[in-house]
Design a protein around this ligand. Structure first.
Ligand code: KPL
Length: 319
């Protein structure tokens, strides 16, 4: 084909860099920062937005899986910087999604696509009625990232990331491809909900038990925990079925035990939250299961008991 003179090429084609601000990452915790680095490396020029960071520039450091530390300048924006946002990746905890996202909707274009990336389920139901037709995607990531300092993270695992469409206009194909290329070990799943339910089942089976028993994930391989784990999984399968989602018992049980094995030495996120006196994600994990069980009139006594025990630990910690 004919080569165009340089001046006629848009800036993006010129530098290989996307226009800054098209992709905004809301929430600058460990996962938000990790996604920021991954998108930056791939020339997508993401910007960040965080409750505790003013608009401006900030140096972020990433220690990657090879132990190499890379530093890069991150641009932080406030609400006024949202005008050119085509994709908003929400990386706050499930219990912060509503409060972080809803106030931004009046500023975001109705063409902006929203991607929720958090542990557990639930916020998609509460934000959906407010989206005014905006496209919504959901995702889950098992990438490990540890905060070494406020602006310094270490990638600890190359876990799977699954993303997929939830409602409204689909994410533009170029953005979808760019995301999948930038986030290592990531895939697009249609439908996404069965994947999110499988991840939910893993978190339901592992996280509260490790917090209640004050143990690393690997301890749950002990035979004493097996009846409880099987009962928790059984209740998830029953509620998922009522939601129109078929989960295969044998496969799911094997997957839960594989995660226990693969992360044997780790303390689950819920164990860490309890240990540090922080709010846990129990409402989006066991709490979500119980709320859907109630909608369908299904009893989930083992999850209910675990939920109560975990909530009392959460209260103890705050006292
Ligand atoms: O996702 C996790 C978590 O800690 O939240 C598991 C898979 C249980 C690994 O620790």
């Amino acid at each position: 084909g004919e080569t165009l003179p340089d001046e006629t090429l848009p800036d993006e084609a010129h530098s290989g860099e996307a226009q800054p601000g098209k992709i905004v990452i809301l929430g600058a915790g460990a996962i938000g920062q990790l996604i920021f680095h991954q998108l930056s490396i791939h020339g997508l020029a993401p910007v960040l937005m965080a409750r505790d960071a003013e608009a401006g520039s900030q140096e972020l450091a990433l220690t990657d899986l090879d132990g190499e530390t890379l530093k890069r300048q991150a641009q932080f924006i406030d609400q006024t910087g949202l005008a050119s946002c085509e994709l908003l990746i929400v990386c706050v905890k499930a219990y912060q999604v509503e409060a972080a996202l809803l106030p931004l909707l009046k500023t975001l274009s109705t063409d902006t696509h929203i991607l929720l990336l958090h542990n557990g389920l639930g916020p998609h139901l509460s934000v959906a009625p407010h989206l005014a037709g905006r496209g919504l995607s959901l995702g889950t990531t098992s990438q490990g990232a540890l905060k070494l300092g406020r602006w310094q993270i270490k990638q600890t695992g190359a876990g799977l990331t699954q993303l997929g469409h939830a409602q409204g206009a689909p994410l533009a194909a170029n953005l979808r491809q760019a995301l999948l290329a930038a986030i290592s070990n990531s895939e697009w799943c249609e439908p996404i909900l069965p994947m999110l339910w499988q991840k939910l089942a893993i978190n339901i089976a592992i996280n509260p038990l490790t917090a209640i028993n004050d143990c690393p994930n690997g301890k749950l391989a002990d035979a004493q925990f097996r009846p409880t784990i099987l009962a928790l999984i059984g209740e998830v399968i029953a509620v998922a079925k009522a939601e129109g989602i078929a989960l295969e018992r044998q496969q799911l049980t094997e997957r839960v035990y594989r995660v226990i094995e693969l992360t044997a030495g780790n303390y689950s996120s819920m164990h860490q939250d309890i240990h540090h006196g922080r709010q846990t994600e129990i409402e989006a994990i066991t709490g979500y299961l119980l709320s859907r069980a109630a909608v369908h009139g299904i009893a989930a006594p083992v999850n209910e008991a675990i939920y109560r025990q975990l909530k009392s630990l959460e209260c103890d910690d705050k006292a």
